[in-house]
Write a protein that binds this ligand. Sequence first.
Ligand SMILES: Cc1ncc(COP(=O)(O)O)c(C=O)c1O
Length: 363
Amino acid sequence: MSKFLIDRFSNLEPYVPGEQPKEKKYIKLNTNEAPYPPSPNVVDAIDKVVVAGLNLYCDPDTTKLTKIIADFYDVDFNEVFIGNGSDEVLALIMMAFVDEKTKVCFPDITYGFYRVFSKSFDLDAKEVPLKDDFTIDINDYINCGRNIIIANPNAPTGLVLTHEEIEKILISNQDRVVVIDEAYVDFGSKSCIELLDKHPNLIVVQTFSKSRNLAGARIGFAIASKEIIEDLNKMKFSITPYNINTMSQIAGVESVKDNDYFEKCNNKVIATRERTKKELRKLGFRVTDSKTNFIFVTHDSISGKEYYSELRKHGILTRHFNDKRINEYVRISIGTDEEMDKVIEVTKKILYEAVNYNFVVGK
Ligand SMILES: Cc1ncc(COP(=O)(O)O)c(C=O)c1O
């Protein structure tokens, strides 16, 4: 730390991204990326633009991408805001709507960046414990008097709240924004976008990083009332007006155009997820009912940390969180069928060795 860093940031605890290995070749199931490449149309379109337009600034209004997203979700152009990944969208939402009066809350077990943003912006953030079964108790959020952020499906549990439950939260907190982070909604749950007409305090956030196979392009978006979107644009144009580069804007447009590819990839991920859940349950794992592109698993015969480390030794990267409520669990992103077959095969080996070992030492 230099002597110039201001006091407010001296205790900052930055987000720790999942490992992006450079040397060794792993089966990479640690950051919930898509296992399949982007639509071939994306690749063709970017090829052309690299030669054509990079001497000019990108479109600060992200006009084509905003329009195609608005059309896709059947909302108005001025109800869509695009950010550099949903991380940027979430950061701008926090900056725009949370202060010492309006405050914020979110589940204790959820996407780690909510906590990091709260610390970075020095916000009054309340972490609301999930129930023992990792579900959200909506009573904790009724009339809570704070802005609310809920990932739905939640991460890393993969569990979903119903629209009925979310509406209760929205209705009882009309003076605060309720952010529903739908990073994983395309893997089998229902978007809250259809609730926007009824609830002007709702902000739906989604990303192109998971179901649109474009994590590296950094595209996220919010859909909300035009007044909320205007506020977010005010923030963006005060900080980072050219937030989506030209190539990403084109990639985003082409990806939305190729809806067949989008659906085909997501259906494959869902089928692979359900098959993997079944196989792991047969091996004695408890697996949450994830509606995402990852599963969250635990086994009585091996600790979460050991299972994670053993998978890693066998060339499979997953995610283990050092949080005491979930440290017996491992989060495994859904890869291709071949990759998940390998996970099952290696897991059988690991379990056999772990159970034998435990037997020998008399556990
Ligand atoms: C729940 C949730 N929200 C948001 C994000 C951020 O996604 P991105 O910034 O890539 O759009 C993630 C990433 O893993 C996530 O799990």
